[in-house]
Design a protein around this ligand. Structure first.
Ligand SMILES: Nc1ncnc2c1ncn2[C@@H]1O[C@H](COP(=O)(O)OP(=O)(O)OP(=O)(O)O)[C@@H](O)[C@H]1O
Length: 359
């Protein structure tokens, strides 16, 4: 595997406001490969923003190493500062890491094209070239007809597209998106995510996607890290995390993103689940790829005499792979049930027992 474009190693960030100590980030290590859309998901206060701000040293880590494109931006290990880029060098490097935010951070008294041009104020290019560049960027984000308008005349989605054009002005290889869709409605969110995906695919832009919405991760990220209380609880490919989540928090995020929490809640109150008898299990089965095509339910009956009553089923496509989810009541002999659950595990079906003897 090639060297990561972003390598955060054992990052700690501690704040000490008024003598109080806040461990915002605790021993976080993340490697992002070029071309990844890497989601970092967690609730408010989990430490996501603080962590990503260490990538361009807007936030200096208390300890750890920040290595971008093989170059050590910062390293402090065992209390010893080893490397830290500063001053103009840091400013120069920062320009190669674009950032977009929840509230767009546009200059309200400047037009759309002036906002984008502003990012090029340190560029030594000729004015005519800069103008051309801005035109190209506005074309890219489909806002050419709004060039002379002011931010107040734009919708939230359009403002975010101006911010994206501005973030791309210095040809960054990395784009940090910090809750960029959190203030947008669902349809506009989908459009902005589609634009990020397009930039990723067509320009090989690496995207760090900070969000509290697993839905956003599901739709465009190929990798994801789940954060809570400053720590990464688990990380991996989006497909793996969605099909085999380990941490309770991850399961919660996924249930919300796939609307399964609503299905589980509704079905949990159904008569069939309320009146679960001995030997019955109410479970969620999640499976991907080949397993989707396996006649699982038939196998359970034929091989183990276990009857599966399907109460809810859903299939979606994640990273070009089908991911299926079933809410079922499994009924049958206890010994056979154990064997059936082992069989499901061997078929790479993740079984989450929601109610019943083995829960
Ligand atoms: N400059 C600061 N001084 C003191 N505490 C801070 C500072 N910045 C962040 N924190 C604290 O660090 C913790 C992590 O905050 P952070 O903003 O990174 O979380 P987050 O996951 O990005 O959440 P949000 O989406 O709400 O910003 C919080 O407890 C926050 O109050």
């Amino acid at each position: 595997m090639t060297a990561p474009i972003i390598s955060l190693q054992n990052i700690d960030v501690t704040f000490t406001p008024k003598g109080k100590t806040i461990h915002a980030v605790k021993d976080v290590s993340i490697d992002v490969q070029k071309g990844d859309i890497y989601g970092i998901v967690g609730y408010s206060g989990a430490g996501k923003s603080t962590l990503v701000r260490t990538v361009n040293l807007l936030q200096e880590p208390t300890a750890g190493s920040v290595i971008i494109n093989g170059e050590t931006f910062f390293s402090k290990v065992d209390g010893q500062a080893k490397t830290q880029i500063k001053g103009n060098e840091l400013k120069e490097k920062r320009r190669k890491i674009g950032m977009i935010f929840q509230h767009f951070n546009l200059l309200n008294e400047r037009t759309v094209e002036e906002n984008v041009l502003f990012a090029l104020e340190n560029s030594k290019d000729k004015e005519a070239d800069k103008k051309k560049k801005v035109e190209g960027l506005l074309d890219l984000v489909d806002l050419s007809d709004r060039a002379k308008q002011y931010p107040s005349q734009l919708s939230g989605g359009q403002k975010q597209r101006v911010a994206i054009a501005r973030a791309l002005a210095n040809d960054p290889e990395i784009l940090i998106s910090d809750e960029a869709t959190s203030a947008l409605d669902p349809k506009t969110t989908r459009q902005i995510l589609a634009l990020l995906k397009k930039l990723n695919q067509e320009y090989n832009l690496t995207v760090l996607l900070i969000t509290h919405e697993m839905e956003a991760v599901k739709s465009i990220a190929n990798k994801v890290a789940v954060m809570q209380n400053g720590r990464v609880l688990e990380k991996g490919s989006t497909l793996d995390i969605f099909t085999k989540p380990q941490a309770e928090l991850t399961k919660e995020f996924i249930a919300t993103a796939t609307n399964q929490d609503q299905a589980i809640e509704a079905i949990s109150q159904s008569e069939a689940v309320e009146d679960l008898t001995n030997g019955q299990i109410f479970a969620q089965l999640t499976y991907s790829g080949n397993a989707t095509n396996e006649p699982l339910i038939t196998s359970l009956y034929q091989n183990f005499g276990i009857v599966a009553n399907i109460l809810y089923g859903n299939v979606e496509v994640l990273q070009d792979t089908e991911v299926g989810s079933l809410l079922v009541i499994l009924s049958g002999d206890t010994t056979n049930m154990d064997a059936a659950l082992d069989f499901l595990a061997a078929q790479s079906v993740s079984v989450n027992i929601l109610k019943g003897e083995q829960a």
